[in-house]
Design a protein around this ligand. Structure first.
Ligand SMILES: [Zn+2]
Length: 301
């Protein structure tokens, strides 16, 4: 558990995780290169840190960013929830932003399936529907690191890449990312997560039907989406795969880093986990997320 390894100094990426794993006490839930953070969803209390004592630098969250895009789009326009996109087959040589990461194609996709499957074609369509400055304002309120100045213009390829988490330009420390994702599912309460004294930073408000639509998508992720087969049935979940970073924070295109967010109820309280696997994919991180939630008493299938 994190308390055992809390003296480990801040070290870059995988190295820090390897050190943390080496000094962790009790049965290790996270292998070298894996990390996970568990919080109480409604209080912001940090319950556990697995194998991650030094892994606190900002990184790109990949498709976890789509949660904010989907929620913002549904909040701003009722039409977004009824949108459809046709995700056709594409060549594996075609950049994933122009087609979809799933080259056989998802077929006709609606809002909930678009989120559960992390369909790039559907997400691109949503990015075209939103005002970039409004979504950037939401990212700032949620504590994400987006850089100064204006972002890419609406409907541009650069904007689609940024809004969908495809270009690594938006970064976040893991606990801050977990707090931002938790706010999307806990009624809008954004906490500074802490073991003993969590702080409520602000309350964000979205239309209830927008939140419901996003929860429906997150609920399908573990059943028929990108976390299918990871043992997270019954959880709200989302996965993401992003380029790994080198020790200087630069994108390393030779390796990927998998992320998974999942929340469920355990012992009468709602808990959420953010899991990371490097090298790995979002699906790998989802398996770790399930393992960590079960260690917290969650009953998952
Ligand atoms: Zn697709």
């Amino acid at each position: 558990m994190g308390a055992c390894g809390s003296w480990v100094p801040a070290l870059p990426g995988v190295l820090a995780w390897a050190v943390a794993a080496a000094v962790s006490c009790g049965p290790a839930l996270a292998a070298a290169g894996e990390a996970a953070w568990v919080v109480e969803l409604d209080s912001g209390r940090l319950l556990a840190v697995e194998g991650a004592a030094g892994a606190d630098r900002p990184g790109p969250p990949g498709s976890l960013l789509k949660v904010f895009l989907f929620l913002h789009a549904a909040d701003r326009s009722e039409l977004a929830k009824g949108a459809l996109a046709v995700c056709g087959a594409s060549s594996a040589r075609k950049p994933a932003l122009d087609a979809c990461w799933y080259h056989p194609g998802h077929g006709t996709v609606g809002f909930a399936a678009g989120l559960a499957l992390s369909c790039q074609q559907f997400a691109n369509g949503l990015a075209d529907r939103v005002d970039p400055e409004e979504l950037r304002s939401l990212w700032r309120q949620l504590g994400l690191q987006i850089g100064a100045g204006r972002g890419p213009p609406a409907r541009s390829k650069a904007w689609r890449a940024q809004a969908t988490g495809h270009d690594s330009s938006i970064r976040s420390k893991p606990l801050e990312l977990l707090a931002a994702l938790a706010a999307c599912v806990n009624g809008g309460y954004l906490f500074r997560m802490d073991r003993s004294a969590p702080v409520l930073v602000r309350r964000l408000r979205w239309r209830p039907d927008a939140v419901e639509a996003v929860l429906a998508g997150l609920g399908r992720t573990a059943i028929e989406g990108t976390a299918r087969g990871a043992g997270l049935a019954g959880c709200l979940a989302k996965t993401g795969t992003a380029p790994a970073l080198d020790p200087y924070g630069r994108v390393d295109l030779r390796r990927t880093q998998g992320w998974a967010f999942a929340c469920t109820t355990s012992g009468g309280r709602r808990i959420a986990v953010l899991a990371c696997a490097e090298p790995g994919t979002g699906a790998d991180a989802a398996v770790l997320a399930g393992r960590v939630l079960r260690s917290q008493g969650a009953v998952l299938r």
